[in-house]
Design a protein around this ligand. Sequence first.
Ligand code: FAD
Ligand code: NA7
Length: 548
Amino acid sequence: MSQKQVDALVVGAGFGGIYQLYRLRQLNLSVRVIDTASGSGGTWYWNRYPGAMSDTESFVYRYSWDKEDLQIYPWTHHYVKQADVLAYLEHVVERHDLGKYMQFNTELLSAEWNSTTNRWDIKLSDGDTYSVRYLVTALGLLSKANYPDISGISTFKGRICHTAAWPKDLDLTNKRVGVIGCGSTGVQVITDIAKDVKSLTCFQRHPQYTVPSGDRPVQPEYRKWVNQNYDDIFDQVKNSAVGFGFVESTVPFDTVKSPQRREEIFEDLWKQGNGFRFFFGGFSDLATNREGNEAACSFIRNKISQIVKDPEKARKLSPHDYYARRPLCDGGYFEQFNRPNVEVVLLTEDPITSITPEGIQTSSALHELDVIIFATGFDAIEGNYNRVRIRGRNGMTLKEKWDPVGPTSYLGVAVPNFPNLLMITGPQGPFSNLPPAIEAHVDLISGLIDRAEGFRRRSRPGDVNKPKLIEALPEAEEAWSRECEQAAEGSLFKETASWIFGQNIPGKKYAIRFYFGGLKAFYQAVQRVIDGGYTGFATLEDKVEDEE
Ligand code: FAD
Ligand code: NA7
């Protein structure tokens, strides 16, 4: 079968892939978007578990670039549920007539740099092969599901599912259900299903700090205010640290001396709702100040003991490590444990030994179940990259490059020796609300491609100095990685095991996988790169003598 040719292949049809397609079509490039899913939406196509919702508030969990759509697109609650986000992304695809460039049920299997053509040779799961000038990966940083290796899984007589691949026909009503994992996803699914199931057993390894989301219906006056202020809102988002649409505190914990005042601040945040607001909205340094962090932990533990009536359940649900994972929020999680049908098993005391035909066997008991739900998270950041063979200009694959040291990049978008490979939310991108981070990446990538295309258009046969390829310089990648290290310096997040640093998967390398300097600093860094004429990016004239 002959190779198909397009200018750009975009892999992934979530927030990142959709916006990238829109921008590349504006540049008049021929583009194909593929996704293994059967439709667009990415995260929100896959994660259809009961209770799935965004924990970024609705008004900023969307694109900022379509100002007309921002004014008219409806949302009913302060948080968007899975179906709402999916409908929104499908709407964007339709509104901009992007569907005709998309191909679903198609996986990227491999991409090999061809130094004769200066293009990527692509193999897809449907047997098609492509030759493309630009390969843009919008694979998602939380989209490769993590299935823990527990002995006996295949012997279970009931249903097993992962929250990130939720079966459409699964009815939990009156079933005996076990949920393994209580991160953001576990908290959401447990809160949603507890009332419907016959029994719910939560297998919890590390209890989590979670605060109320504060979800409620949107009042017309609030929506009117948002619409009137959308420019300022997104300006604030892009000039903030985490981009969640609230003003982050500049008050160091130590400057508030009175214990009573500290308590009042936490109480006010608890009432307002939202995990990121609780963490970043009252004090400026809960991520680095041990005493401040412990004060927040103690406040939440007190809330748990007040909410959960059974002291033994409250004990098991109370975390004791730092409050330094992705901050969670919920719609009444701890309250569910007051239901007589909801139990919690603390796996550090009573570990799972196997899955049997009847259920989950822990050291102390067999928990008989009809359904086991894995809410065990993702092989985050580079997980999706590692399962595709992406071989660069020096013959090395991305996996071979990243395995020994952990995944690195320049600004989260480019890697030396992988010309014209551009990543959306690649490793060492910003730790923030993701849509504005994705927009920063897509805008940078689009600028790089526009510039490279400009060089192409201007070049004449036989010319010298015709820069065309986009590639991160090794020294730029090293400097950016150092900046990521420095930005994470002193953070308690570094000392607390989670997917953010790769500690949720056995054998995965501990590494700085995010830029913790904040969204504002990231946008500024990108602007400096653009203003400097795309500093840190080499072009063909620096690397190769001949053009294609
Ligand atoms: P994704 O939406 O993950 O899309 C990636 C797509 O790439 C997928 O559809 C996948 O099928 C496809 N793909 C991957 N590999 C291949 C391949 N080899 N071939 C073909 N296709 C491939 N972020 C926030 O900022 N706020 C939130 O509140 C929030 N809540 C979340 C809740 C859940 C349950 C989850 C799982 C994530 C949440 N996130 C949240 C993170 C969320 O992933 C991002 O906000 C955003 O949706 C990511 O968009 P994306 O386009 O980068 O990637
Ligand atoms: P997380 O936050 O990685 O949570 C996964 C949970 O699964 C967490 O409680 C883990 O316990 C638990 N887990 C993982 N493996 C096991 C095994 N083998 N045994 C028992 N428990 C296990 O993933 P989420 O999907 O909740 O959230 C990820 C992001 O997606 C989130 O930030 C949102 O943005 C959406 P642990 O804490 O590691 O002890």
